[in-house]
Design a protein around this ligand. Structure first.
Ligand code: ZN
Length: 249
């Protein structure tokens, strides 16, 4: 693994003195790292990120951490928008139709741990672009190894309890209850004004991250919540609940 500077002109100041409190993960969806770097440093593209990781695990820094990179677009997490002002954006070289390499996941884990430590970013705030913009985005996609990274406390991985499974099939049929759970889990259920995400888009984004098998089974129907989806969603909502709401030990 090597680290390189590849400065991009595509950044501005974080608004209202905001500090990084989220890490947003993306895939580049381009044929090569070089093509992605060219786009992310081209002033005409108006997109960028703080870091990019190539297939060999090399890390490129494009924007200083104290500046606002342009990677998340119209996004929301835990009831707050302007995700760009509040986050560090990491692009990973991947086209969605291929697994991530061992080397790039290793580098990503090291980078995330370093960022989480230095900026005091909690594990529930390591998210995918599709978590913060479920109506528009699919990255980092169903190949991304969320479960593996969660073993290093990078992002949440739900282990549903019996209580999470109780009556889950009935909840799966209730749009109102599903939306409440998505809201508790951090998703921008009521964000983006008229363009707020549809329930099917929220379920699809959630399944892409937590139930990737919903996309690979022969009879898969991604976008339709099942009892299993509800049990995992309840577990994520419980894990992501702000610490201050939890009883003191
Ligand atoms: Zn993205």
């Amino acid at each position: 693994m090597r680290c390189y500077d590849r400065p991009s002109p595509n950044f501005d100041d974080r608004k209202d003195g905001a500090k990084p409190e989220l890490i947003v993960l993306h895939y580049t969806s381009m044929d090569s790292t070089e093509a992605a770097l060219e786009k992310l440093t081209d002033p005409a593209s108006k997109v960028s990120c703080h870091y990019l990781i190539d297939e060999k695990g090399n890390i490129f820094q494009l924007v200083d951490e104290d500046k606002r990179a342009w990677h998340a677009g119209v996004s929301s997490w835990m009831g707050k928008d302007d995700v760009n002002s509040r986050s560090i954006g990491i692009e990973i070289s991947n086209r969605d139709d291929q697994p991530y390499t061992k080397e790039q996941i290793f580098s990503l884990a090291l980078l995330c741990k370093d960022l989480m430590f230095r900026h005091k970013i909690p594990t529930e705030n390591v998210v995918g672009h599709s978590d913060v913009a479920p109506d528009r985005k699919q990255d980092p996609g169903a190949h991304f190894p969320w479960q593996k990274l969660s073993r290093h406390d990078i992002g949440r991985w739900p282990e549903p309890t019996a209580a999470d499974q109780f009556n889950a099939a009935a909840v799966a049929r209730s749009p109102k209850k599903l939306k409440e759970l998505f809201n508790e889990a951090g998703y921008g259920v009521n964000a983006f004004g008229k363009n707020k995400p549809k329930l099917k888009e929220l379920v699809t984004a959630f399944q892409r991250r937590y139930e990737p098998e919903a996309f690979s089974k022969p009879d898969a129907k991604p976008g339709k919540a099942t009892a299993g989806t509800v049990a995992k969603l309840r577990a994520v909502a419980r894990l992501n609940r702000p610490k201050k709401d939890q009883p003191e030990a």
